[in-house]
Ligand binder design. Structure first.
Ligand code: RP5
Length: 185
């Protein structure tokens, strides 16, 4: 079970996860309201037994925390950062500007523009500071975690096997689908 820590230290707004004391993947979001989407990434990381953390870091409301997070990411052992935000969605790009840990951006539908604003903001990083951009919403969040897993699996054979099993299970789910009940006669 996750909880939000608000103890006034550098750990504030960290969503503590039981398996995540030495996280390899950081899941960062601009607001707690984004967790409804970013939980899809956390679920994948949990399923693949990848140590991770999830934290609220707002680019415009806690810019100093954003800088601290990005500047310490590599030394803390993070290998990939998944960053989700809505609206102007400058969180992924600003994180990428302050670290060489790869950043995967997830656009969140949080405004009247339904995430298209965030998608265009995140995907249009100027040449030189990349952010790998995923689809809007939960599918993008889940795929960000799967992509992070694929990166990590290039040097982790056990994770590669877990990932292959996860993919095979998805294949079996589709092969088991039938339209018999839907089709008359
Ligand atoms: C963005 O504004 C966040 O990433 C979130 O998607 C959106 C709304 O934030 P809240 O008003 O819910 O805190 O910065």
């Amino acid at each position: 079970m996750s909880e939000i820590a608000c103890d006034g230290t550098a750990q504030r707004n960290r969503i503590i996860d039981g398996m995540s004391e030495l996280p390899l993947v950081g899941v960062v979001m601009g607001s707690k309201s984004d967790y409804e989407v970013l939980v899809a990434a956390v679920e994948i990381l949990r399923a693949l037994l990848i140590p991770h953390e999830a934290r609220v870091v707002s680019a415009h409301r806690t810019p100093d925390l954003l800088f601290e997070y990005a500047e310490t990411a590599r030394a803390r052992g993070l290998r990939v950062i998944i960053a989700g935000a809505g609206g102007a969605a400058h969180l992924p790009g600003m994180l990428a500007a302050k670290t060489l840990v790869p950043v995967l951006g997830v656009p969140v539908a949080a405004t009247q523009l339904n995430g298209l604003d965030a998608l265009l903001s995140i995907v249009q990083m100027p040449k030189g500071v990349p952010v790998g951009t995923l689809a809007i919403g939960k599918a993008g969040a889940a795929n960000a975690a799967l992509l992070a897993a694929e990166f990590l699996a290039t040097t982790d054979a056990d994770l590669y096997d877990r990932l292959a099993a996860w993919r095979a299970a998805r294949t079996q789910e589709v092969l088991a689908q039938s339209l018999e009940e839907e089709l008359p006669g």
